[in-house]
Design a protein around this ligand. Structure first.
Ligand SMILES: [Zn+2]
Length: 205
């Protein structure tokens, strides 16, 4: 459980980009699922390394794959709201944006939110901060980019992660090729170094 004071470093406009003072801890996050083609594999792989993670789920995917969503929770991972229909905040009015996230709340029980595409207007984050911790990242794997070489994707993650890093992956079909290569290697590499992979969990007020 993360106490509020640990969200000290690298805060930008109250969004969380990194956890300070988390020695030998990493925070893996998976966006855009649940997806039948890849999420069960991610869960098995995490279990193999005794790793916990946070899944920023899209409401409509939870609606379509309730049993995978249930498995994420049963395996002890955290979940976050990633909107109902993966809207881009910059192109959406604040009202429609918030309505979409409220719709997702029906299916995803959490106090965490991550904006799709990392794009959110100040007025939108102002509203959402009343209900959520807004979780960004400091390491973007770009696993979704099929033109990126999988080794390059792995090297990027290994070269940029540090204690307390929040790393973004995607449990989607698009990311499958890179993720299947990168995830086990990241888990292996940091497990050998004595790191623990933790879910993002905040005490509620
Ligand atoms: Zn997304």
């Amino acid at each position: 459980m993360i106490k509020k004071e640990r969200v000290a470093a690298k805060i930008f406009k109250d969004l969380v980009w990194h956890f300070a003072g988390c020695e030998n801890e990493l925070f893996l996050t998976f966006d855009d699922g649940p997806t039948p083609e890849i999420t069960p594999w991610v869960l098995d792989t995490l279990k193999h390394y005794n790793a916990k993670a946070t899944f920023f789920c899209v409401g409509e995917n939870v609606l379509n794959n309730p049993e995978i969503y249930r498995q994420i929770i049963d395996d002890g991972h955290a979940v976050g709201n990633h909107s109902f229909s993966h809207l881009k905040g910059w192109n959406t009015t604040t009202k429609s944006y918030i309505d979409d996230i409220i719709k997702a709340k029906e299916f995803i029980k959490t106090n965490l939110f991550r904006p799709p595409y990392g794009r959110i207007k100040p007025a939108q984050s102002f509203e959402l901060k009343k209900d959520f911790y807004i979780i960004m990242w400091d390491v973007l794997s770009k696993d979704y980019d099929e033109s990126i070489d999988k080794q390059k994707c792995l090297n990027y993650v290994l070269n940029h992660s540090e204690e307390g890093s929040i790393i973004v992956f995607h449990d989607t079909c698009k990311a499958k090729k890179n993720l299947e290569f990168v995830l086990p290697k990241v888990l292996e590499h940091y497990s050998e170094k004595g790191f623990i992979f933790k879910a993002i969990e905040f005490e509620t007020d």
